[in-house]
Design a protein around this ligand. Sequence first.
Ligand code: ADP
Length: 660
Amino acid sequence: MIKSLLVANRGEIACRIFRTARRLGIRTVAVFSDADALARHTRVADEALHIGPAAARESYLDMGRILEAARLSGAEAIHPGYGFLSENARFAQACTDAGVKFVGPPAAAIAALGSKIVAKTRMCAAGVPVLPGYAGSEQDLGHLERAARAAGLPLIIKPASGGGGKGMQIVRQESELAAALGAARRLAESAFGDGALLLERYLPAPRHVEVQVFADTQGNFVHLGDRDCSTQRRHQKLIEEAPAPALPEEVRARLRAAALVVAREIGYVSAGTVEFLFDGRECYFMEMNTRLQVEHTVTEAVTGVDLVEWQLRIASGEPLPLSQEEVRLQGHAIEARVCAEDPEHGFLPSAGRLALLEWPEMESVRVDAGFASGDTVPDCYDSLLGKVIAWAPGREQAAARLAAALTRTYCAGVRTNERWLARILRSPRFLEVRHDISLLEKSAAEFAGPSAAAPEVLILAALAADMSARAAHGSRPVTPWELTDGFTPNLPAQVGYRFAWAGRRHTVELEYADGQAAAGTLDARTRLAVADVTLTTGTIAARLGERRWHARCRLEGTHVYLWCGTDQYELLLDDPRTQEFAASAATGGLTTPLPGVVVSVAVAVGQKVAAGEVLMVIEAMKMEHTISAPYAGTVGTIHFARGDRVPEASELLELARAKA
Ligand code: ADP
């Protein structure tokens, strides 16, 4: 067995690989960029080496620096994780050339499968079902257009060297074809350095199913069952499960056999995933991923196998620990990817300091996290904070358990998607397996958070704010805008809170008697008797009217977070000292909703713009966000230039409103 391992990655996957390595007595080495100097993966490793600036291309994607770190630390092997250099044949080769073991397949296998065109052509020849289309070497745009017409519409155009769902274009009408091919070519060239395109019949509502395969250097192959990853947004997986549900047994058998054909055909070694689309009748080969997948955890939960351990054993030259007959599948497991993004605002990536990130602790629930309370989420990498995985004997129970676990995940300071994912898991569509890869394109709004709150919830939020403030500042509230009792200034008889929630303003008046909260009035209308209020370890509880309510809560500056039942409420307090509320309302769309880098400035000082006109483009977390004019006006001072880094909530430019 290898003695020391460098993980050329970050976040949850680096932490997860270190866990297994530690268990096997392997010395662990982390690498980190400037943005990750204090990251969790650097703290859990035995050693951590700096490899460069925040930009991935100069750190996590820089082969030279990573190999140098391996040399300096004396690491015997490198595990690439997923993403970054994990499917880079040149990197696998460079490791071998430097005398370091690459924990993954041989460079030749990565190269063979790196091109979707080559992979698809070989699989088709080996008798594996593929979707019709064009996967040829003649790549002239005119030729592709003719091939597309011959294949028929709708079609999907994919960059041959692409990954992560990037750059794919769907063509439904002939009139869109030429433009789509042109755009796909440009994107493929700029993002993947290879303009080659693959055309394939587009299935409107398939499911994504895949098979986990494993091979050793002695020529043994096994599969560890199948998974379904149909809950996707923009072709990115969000919820994954094992085994794939509602799959006819003969299809499942064919799928698994085809996956092994693919692995053998390529001379594969280590962990790999063969991906298929299932149209309700047949499974079609899509591609093979030559690395550990994000969703490997659900396979681990149903097989009891530690996939990273198998990878390390195989890299050390050992044979596969189990034969196909010895692989046993038990129960059902579902994973949800908790990401720093805001489902209520177009899934804008969210970055910054995690004032709170508390993961669930429940039986049969596993958490693979890369972040915890107090950590900072950088804006330059992907948004995955961690994964929550639930196992149960059956699928319905696993879904319920996972939804409950996600509801017991508490995050403040950064926007996250766990409650949105829990709503999907509880939906009849998901539970009855009536979902497919288009679910979230069509029905994202169905899973939106609450737009109305019970008066009790808002009164509870005010009580939480008031109690937290009293606890933090003796008995004096921190944000009183109205104190009406002149006799006992430390214990005012009435305190008012004004806040914004879900685009509306509310007021809550709390009345105290003998130092105890006695009543709460929402918006001068709904008055409820209050009794027995307690605030302990971040939980507020109170009797409101006849019912006892409790909720997790947290006060962060002017934000009150309340987690009540399955929902999360984030209230913005109107704090007269900071005027934050007023400022953000007054500047409208001109402040940046998230930290990032200015990609372009579309206007100049003194320019007149119409409402809706693009002012600036900000890139954050690998996505571009357009800042457009909220009203017609004239551009005043521009505070940032192209290439500048902007902190959250910064004013970008001044825009004098045009006179009506
Ligand atoms: P990438 O390597 O970029 O991830 P894939 O070929 O694996 O690209 O496809 C990613 C996703 O795109 C799939 O999970 C599926 O949602 C969608 N997709 C790919 N091919 C098709 C197709 N022929 N019809 C419909 N959807 C497709």
